[in-house]
Every structure is written in C-alpha cells, then in structure tokens.
Design a protein around this ligand. Structure first.
Ligand SMILES: NC(=O)c1ccc[n+]([C@@H]2O[C@H](COP(=O)([O-])OP(=O)(O)OC[C@H]3O[C@@H](n4cnc5c(N)ncnc54)[C@H](O)[C@@H]3O)[C@@H](O)[C@H]2O)c1
Ligand SMILES: N[C@H](C(=O)O)[C@H](O)COP(=O)(O)O
Length: 334
C-alpha cells in the first residue's frame, strides 16, 4: 500500500506553499507520487511566475496518478491569489483543500498528508472558526482527543505538552492528564512510527530551574513530577522517562546524549532550540492522529511568495519523512 500517493495541501495560496509544491514537483519524481489539493489555475499561474514547467493533471481520489506531471485535485479559490497578499476570502477554500485531503487519506486513497503553511490569523479572519493550527484542526476532524506536535530536525525530536495558546494560559493547561497523555503518545509514536524501541524521553519543567524546589513555582512538584511518576509506572521498561529537568539546560549536548526525544511544556520552550539548530530542514509531525501528517518547520513567509527564493528543504524532508513514518506504521500494525 506504500505506492499510494501522498496527499499534499499547499496551505495559504498567497504564501510560499504553492512555490514549494511546484519546486518539489519540478525537481524530482516522488516515489508513490504526490496528489495536490489546490486550485489548478492558481498553481499554473504561480508556476509561470516562478518560471517552472510543471504539467498539472486533474485527479480525483481513487484514480491512478498521471504518468508525468503533477496530480491536482481541484479546490477552487474564491479570489485570485496574489503572492504576498493574503486574502481571508480564500480561507474557506484553504480549509476545504485540507478537508478533502483528510477525507482522501482517511478513506485510504492516500498514504498520508503533507501540509504547506497556513496563516492561523487569515483562517480565523476568513472563517467562523477559531483556528489555532493544523494540529488541533486535524485532530478534531479525525476525532483524535490528544494530538501532540513534534518537530524533528538536526539531532532533535521535540514534542510539546501545550501547543498554540497564549503564554498566560500555559500554566493552567499543564495538567497531570495532559502531561501523562503527551508522554504516552510520544512513547507510542517513537516505537511505532519512528521504530525507536525503549526510548529515553526527557521532560522539562515549566518554571526556571524546574521550580528551584518550589521557590520559583510549584508546577513541577504538584503536577509534572507526580504525572511523570505515574506514567513511568505505567510504561515500565518500555520507555525511560526522565524529568522534570530544567528547560534551559535540557538542550545542552550532555543532557541530549541519551535522549530520543525532549518533551517541553510550551511552544517556544521547545521550538526555539529546535529551530535554532535546524530551521529550514526540520519537519513538523502530528502524533496521535489515525494517519501520518507532516508539515514544514516554517510559516507562510509572505515576503518570499512568488520570488523563487523560498528554501524547499523542509518541505522535501516533510514528504520523505511522511513516507518513512507511513511505512514504519504499516510494519508496526502488521
Ligand atoms: N506549518 C504551518 O502551517 C506553519 C508553521 C509555522 C508558522 N506558520 C504561520 O505562518 C505565518 C508566518 O509566521 P512567521 O512569520 O512567524 O514565520 P515564517 O517561517 O513564515 O517566517 C520567518 C522568517 O523566515 C523566513 N522563511 C520562512 N520560510 C522560509 C523558507 N522556506 N525559505 C527561506 N526563508 C524562509 C521568512 O521570510 C521570515 O523572514 C504565521 O501566521 C504562522 O502561524 C504556519
Ligand atoms: N507551531 C508550528 C511551528 O512553529 O512550526 C506551526 O505553527 C504549525 O503548526 P500546525 O502544524 O499545527 O499548523
């Protein structure tokens, strides 16, 4: 089944997502092929702007892929997409592309989903949805109760207990249940999707110096520490869970030496160090979904859309990793 195409959504049509899809299609023949869910006219226009020659062929889930060129499942935009000028009027079509791609994956027509970058603000302004990110949106669509965002790049795998929420809401969102479920989901994904057995997982604290014994915050003593004790007892020898460790030194080479993944309490605690090390070549993976989904490590970069200067490394890595994870998951489920 690994010869099924990978579903691809370019993300915001005014961002660099369409550029990355077209560059990837022009550069290489992807094993299994790509099926892009997008407006074909907008893609064709962007290809001309970029000087790329890519044949676009209408495709519908269940059909064979064309022998050459790029398969495109048509999802028309409401307005002409101008590079670098996001238009909330196109937000419903951006989400419709995602919805149709998810359906194609869940119905087994595609082996996984690779998404280009979306502006959460544009989706929130152009739809009635309070859109906080693909991770949360896809989980809701797929009926998954606890998605976990992990970014993979350099020598790091970094997962988050909380994702897209205001910093002031973070402490209340770090609950024992959320900490336990995140560790479980990461341990399971490492084993099944990444083929890392008996992983060593580092978990950070929330406060400076992991709370300094309660003098700089007590979430480590009240919530994170007891949650980790409980999940350690549950996982037994199947995973080694260390923490809460101070967030500032968790990413030093000595702490990372044995770690297969680091779980951080909030977005910038974990993604800052990862993007410092690997921005442009890292991959965002949604764990805890019933299908494989990967994405780029960067945003819409409206300043670069249509210029030909967007680096395609993260997008290509996202396609490659989605294929590896799908194959590993299929093997684990045999
Ligand atoms: N996977 C996703 O959907 C995703 C990921 C991250 C951010 N976003 C969204 O993107 C929007 C813009 O976010 P931002 O400005 O914080 O980050 P950004 O990644 O879009 O841009 C940060 C900087 O990096 C540069 N950059 C980004 N991608 C690049 C590439 N491929 N090649 C060369 N340079 C690149 C940009 O030009 C900019 O200077 C936000 O709405 C955010 O929510 C979406
Ligand atoms: N937090 C991600 C990042 O910084 O790369 C990004 O916003 C994308 O998140 P979703 O995959 O949930 O859209």
């Amino acid at each position: 089944m690994t010869t099924r195409p990978m579903a691809v959504t370019p993300g915001d049509p005014a961002g660099i997502g369409p550029d990355l899809v077209l560059q990837a299609a022009a550069d290489a023949a992807w094993p299994g092929g790509l099926a892009v869910f997008a407006d074909p006219e907008a893609l064709a226009r962007r290809a001309r702007e970029l000087g790329l020659v890519v044949g676009l062929h209408e495709w519908h889930p269940g059909e064979s892929l064309p022998c050459t060129g790029l398969a495109v499942h048509p999802v028309p935009l409401a307005q002409r997409a101008e590079p670098g000028r996001p238009d909330p009027a196109n937000a419903p079509a951006t989400l419709a592309a995602l919805d149709r791609a998810v359906t194609a994956v869940m119905e087994g027509h595609c082996q996984g989903l690779v998404t280009g970058p979306i502006s959460k603000a544009v989706i929130s302004e152009g739809t009635s949805l309070p859109f906080s990110g693909h991770t949360e949106y896809l989980a809701e669509r797929a009926g998954a109760s606890h998605p976990v965002m992990m970014l993979v790049g350099g020598n790091l795998r970094v997962a988050l207990v909380t994702t897209h929420l205001p910093l002031r809401a973070v402490p209340d969102a770090v609950t024992p249940e959320r900490v336990k479920r995140t560790v479980r989901t990461v341990a399971e994904a490492l084993a099944n999707d990444f083929a890392v057995l008996e992983p060593h997982i580092l978990v950070t604290g929330l406060n400076p110096h992991a709370g300094e014994g309660g003098h700089l915050g007590d979430e480590e003593q009240r919530i994170i520490g007891p949650a980790l004790d409980a999940v350690r007892a549950e996982l037994g020898a199947s995973a080694q869970v260390e923490g809460p460790v101070p967030g500032d030194t968790a990413f030093t080479p000595r702490c990372l030496r044995e770690a297969d993944a680091v779980i951080c309490m909030y977005h910038d605690q974990g993604l800052g160090p990862l993007k410092q090390q690997a921005f442009g070549g890292a991959v965002n993976v949604s764990l805890g979904l019933p299908f494989v989904r990967t994405s780029v490590d960067h945003g819409t970069a409206f300043d670069l859309a249509g210029s030909g200067n967007a680096g395609g490394g993260s997008f290509r890595e996202a396609i490659a990793l989605a294929r590896t994870l799908s194959a590993n998951r299929a093997r684990a489920n045999e």
